[in-house]
Design a binder for this molecule. Sequence first.
Ligand SMILES: Nc1ncnc2c1ncn2[C@@H]1O[C@H](COP(=O)(O)OP(=O)(O)OP(=O)(O)O)[C@@H](O)[C@H]1O
Ligand SMILES: O=C(O)C1=C[C@@H](O)[C@@H](O)[C@H](O)C1
Ligand SMILES: [Mg+2]
Length: 168
Amino acid sequence: MTRPVCVLVGAPGSGKSTVGQVLAEALGVSFRDTDADIERLAGKPIPEIFIDEGEAHFRALERAAVAAALASHTGVLALGGGAVLAEENRAALIGHPVVHLSVELPDAVRRVGLGAGRPLLAINPRATLKHLMDQRRPLYAEVATATVVTDGRTPEEIAAEITALLTA
Ligand SMILES: Nc1ncnc2c1ncn2[C@@H]1O[C@H](COP(=O)(O)OP(=O)(O)OP(=O)(O)O)[C@@H](O)[C@H]1O
Ligand SMILES: O=C(O)C1=C[C@@H](O)[C@@H](O)[C@H](O)C1
Ligand SMILES: [Mg+2]
């Protein structure tokens, strides 16, 4: 069974896509992001999938993308911010090295800005982000084998801490 060297989970704006690329480069492995996989397979950006087919359809695509990536990717894998909502995805993560990139509301709000490209944050990003983060915090904790604080730190500092964790 192949397995990713590291799976990143966390709230929108926690930096999964950004830190994941830096980490993959530092480790000399490839980077994969299930959000990008879904967009490639669907042939359109995530906001358009939400508009055309709805969130339930997006979540079905996401479950398939998570299963496929966990089964085949050997580098760093970033999951979408809401992937942990599905019990199927949480079960699939058991036995994998899963790092939760934790972020508190002020930094998350600063990073996602007006929520461009994030359909769930299109209206009232701060309040929606707070709700999503409160709902998901226990789910990120459930799947994580390690948690790394990202607030006030650069992607390079965060990637260095994860590298140390993985090689410890
Ligand atoms: N540690 C950091 N410090 C400052 N800015 C950051 C940090 N990590 C990410 N960012 C910035 O925050 C924004 C969101 O980051 P990113 O897209 O990597 O988050 P994400 O966790 O992948 O979000 P999503 O769940 O929506 O895919 C980007 O503009 C990125 O440059
Ligand atoms: O937090 C979420 O539910 C999402 C986060 C993004 O990574 C994308 O997967 C999508 O915009 C949904
Ligand atoms: Mg991302």
